[in-house]
Design a protein around this ligand. Sequence first.
Ligand SMILES: CC(C)(COP(=O)(O)OP(=O)(O)OC[C@H]1O[C@@H](n2cnc3c(N)ncnc32)[C@H](O)[C@@H]1OP(=O)(O)O)[C@@H](O)C(=O)NCCC(=O)NCCS
Length: 169
Amino acid sequence: MRSIEIVSFSRALDRSAFSCGKPDLDGWLKTQAGQQERSDNTRTFVAVDGELGVIGYYATTTYRLDLDDAAAMHGVAKRVYPVPAVLLARLAVDVRCQDEGVGRQLLVHALEGIAQASEHVGFEVVVVHAIDADAVTFYARYGFMRFASRQLHLFMTTKALRASFGETT
Ligand SMILES: CC(C)(COP(=O)(O)OP(=O)(O)OC[C@H]1O[C@@H](n2cnc3c(N)ncnc32)[C@H](O)[C@@H]1OP(=O)(O)O)[C@@H](O)C(=O)NCCC(=O)NCCS
């Protein structure tokens, strides 16, 4: 497993060489992450390797499930109110370092942080938007479940999150 440091986003970090194979995810880190961070819209953490610099990142923001998704999650009749959620909007690892455990370390860091946040802010579920079917498989390994109605969206209840990634586990 590659040894990395996971740190809060800073504009001082050189992201110019970052490439995960998905141009949208690369472009966001290079051109959007800074302004989204400053406006408190997203929180981004980056994985830094001593030699290669920035080799991965993830970004989170708040979210809410619409009523159809909420019904799909609960497998019951439609809810009356939207369900508050946290969204893991992006997660990516540089192609030079994929399959070396960096994605796993970033995801665990994200989920531990979100579990901690759940002690202070109420939300019922964590949602991830996978970029493709491979990413769905990646997230499913960590306990995320699919919405029946959306192939690339997955969720984990806050209860399940805390059981697996909370401080007392
Ligand atoms: C998907 C991605 C984040 C995985 O990161 P990574 O550093 O390569 O993954 P890791 O080495 O930490 O792998 C962790 C586990 O997931 C598995 N895995 C990795 N990529 C996978 C994939 N695409 N599909 C299914 N499983 C995958 C690994 O085999 C490993 O399993 P193990 O713990 O049993 O050995 C990375 O490949 C990536 O950035 N891809 C391009 C962008 C992308 O698809 N992002 C996804 C979110 S939108």
